[in-house]
Write a protein that binds this ligand. Structure first.
Ligand code: ATP
Ligand code: MG
Length: 361
C-alpha cells in the first residue's frame, strides 16, 4: 500500500510554535524523506467556519498567512500539494454520507470537542456544524486515502473517530476506505506545547502564542514575560522544573549545541535543570538562553517568508494548482464511495437494466 499524508491547519490566525513542533516540522521531515507517494496539506477554512461562521473575513484574511507559514518552514509545493478545503466540494458530500455512520452520543463523547465547546461557551447552543466537525475531518482524511496523519495530541480523538467511520463504511458497503494512523511528535513535550502563559496548550484562540512570523523583538518580549515558577522569587530560592514553561520550551527546542553557542558554563539541559532546582539560577538567565534558541530557530523561517511575501501572486497560484490537484483525487475516491453505496445511478448500467427488465413483464 502506498503511503499518503493528509494534514492541515485552520486559517484562524498565523501559525505558531505549537504548530511548528507539534506538526509542521515533522511534515517537512516526512516530505523530505521521499517515503510518501502523496503529501496533501490542507488549509481547513470550512472547518474554521464552523466556529467562526459570523466572521468569514477572519478566515479569508488568514488563508495566505497560513500558506506563507507553510512555505517558510520548508513545505515544497513541487512535492506537497497545498490546497484549500472549501474548494473541494466533494468533501462535503463525504461528510453528509458519513454522518449516517456516527451517533450523536459518540460525538458528545469526543474529549477534544468537549473542551472546545467549553472554551467557546457553546454549551447551551452548539452549532450543528461545529459539533459534526470530527465527521468532516474523517471526510478530509479518507477522501485522499491518507495512511498517515502527522498531528498534535489534541487530534487523536479525531483520528480514532475516522478509523471507526472507515471500519463501519467498509463493513456495511465494501472495502473502499483506508484506516489512517496518527503520527505524533517523537518528543512528548511537543505533543501539546503550552502557551507562554503556562496554559495547557498554545492556541490561537487563547492568545498565548509565539507566532512563526513574529519579529525578533516581539519574540523577546513574549519570552521575557513567560510564566515560570511562582515560588522562585529570589535567585537563591530553589526552583521547580515541573510546570515551568521556560523549561518545557527548553525540553522542546534545546540541543546540546545550544549550550556551546549561547551558554557555555553548562554542558547540557540536565546540568541547567540541576542548578535551577538547587537554587542560585535566575529566571532572566534561562529566559535569555531560551530567547537565543528560539531566535536562531525562527530566523531562517522569517527570512524565507520575506522572500515569498514579495510574490503573493505566486503563492495564490500554488494554492490554486494545489486545490485543482486535490479535487481530482477527492473526486476519484468519491466515485468509489458512491459505487460502494450503490448511489452511482448514471454510471451503473445494471441500475437501468434492472428496472427495464422489471417493467418489461
Ligand atoms: P484554534 O485555536 O483555531 O483551534 P490551534 O492553534 O489549535 O487553532 P489548529 O489549526 O487547530 O491550531 O491545529 C493545527 C495542528 O497543529 C494540529 O495538528 C494540532 O494538533 C497542532 N497543534 C496546535 N496547537 C498545538 C500545540 N500547542 N502543541 C502541539 N501541537 C499543536
Ligand atoms: Mg485547534
Amino acid at each position: 500500500m502506498s503511503k499518503i499524508i493528509l494534514t492541515g491547519d485552520r486559517p484562524t490566525g498565523r501559525l505558531h510554535l505549537g504548530h511548528y513542533v507539534g506538526s509542521l516540522k515533522r511534515r517537512v521531515e516526512l516530505q523530505n524523506s521521499g517515503e510518501y507517494e502523496k503529501i496533501l496539506i490542507m488549509i481547513a477554512d470550512a472547518q474554521a467556519l464552523t466556529d467562526n461562521f459570523d466572521n468569514p473575513e477572519k478566515i479569508r484574511q488568514n488563508i495566505i498567512e497560513v500558506a506563507l507559514d507553510y512555505l517558510s518552514v520548508g513545505l515544497d509545493p513541487n512535492v506537497s500539494t497545498l490546497f484549500i478545503q472549501s474548494q473541494i466540494p466533494e468533501l462535503t458530500e463525504f461528510t453528509f454520507y458519513y454522518m449516517n455512520l456516527v451517533s450523536v452520543a459518540r460525538l458528545h463523547r469526543n474529549p477534544t470537542v468537549k473542551a472546545e465547546i467549553q472554551l467557546r461557551n457553546f454549551e447551551s447552543n452548539i452549532p450543528a456544524g461545529f459539533f459534526c466537525y470530527p465527521i468532516s475531518q474523517a471526510a478530509d482524511i479518507t477522501a485522499f486515502k491518507a495512511t498517515t496523519v502527522p498531528v498534535g495530541e489534541d487530534q487523536l480523538p479525531m483520528i480514532e473517530q475516522t478509523r471507526e467511520i472507515v471500519r463501519k463504511f467498509n463493513s456495511i458497503y465494501s472495502e473502499t476506505l483506508i484506516e489512517p494512523e496518527a503520527l505524533l511528535p517523537e518528543n512528548s513535550v511537543c505533543m501539546r506545547l503550552p502557551g507562554t502563559d503556562g496554559k495547557a496548550k498554545m492556541s490561537k484562540s487563547l492568545g498565548n502564542c509565539i507566532y512563526l512570523a513574529d519579529t525578533p523583538e516581539e519574540i523577546r518580549q513574549k519570552i521575557m514575560s513567560m510564566f515560570t515558577d511562582p515560588l522562585h522569587i529570589q535567585v537563591s530560592d530553589p526552583g521547580h522544573i515541573e510546570g515551568n514553561t521556560v523549561f518545557t520550551y527548553l525540553d522542546a527546542f534545546c540541543q546540546d549545541k545550544h549550550f556551546e553557542q549561547f551558554l557555555p558554563e553548562y554542558n547540557n539541559l540536565e546540568e541547567l535543570k540541576e542548578h535551577y532546582t538547587r537554587g542560585g539560577l535566575g529566571d532572566v538567565k534561562i529566559k535569555k538562553f531560551l530567547n537565543h534558541i528560539i531566535q536562531s530557530e525562527l530566523e531562517p523561517i522569517r527570512a524565507k517568508r520575506k522572500e515569498y511575501e514579495k510574490d503573493i501572486s505566486a503563492v495564490y497560484d500554488i494554492l490554486k494548482a494545489g486545490s485543482e490537484n486535490a479535487r481530482t483525487i477527492a473526486a476519484q475516491t468519491l466515485d468509489e464511495v458512491k459505487r460502494a453505496m450503490k448511489i452511482n445511478y448514471f454510471d451503473d448500467t445494471t441500475f437501468i437494466q434492472f428496472h427495464t427488465q422489471k417493467y418489461k413483464m
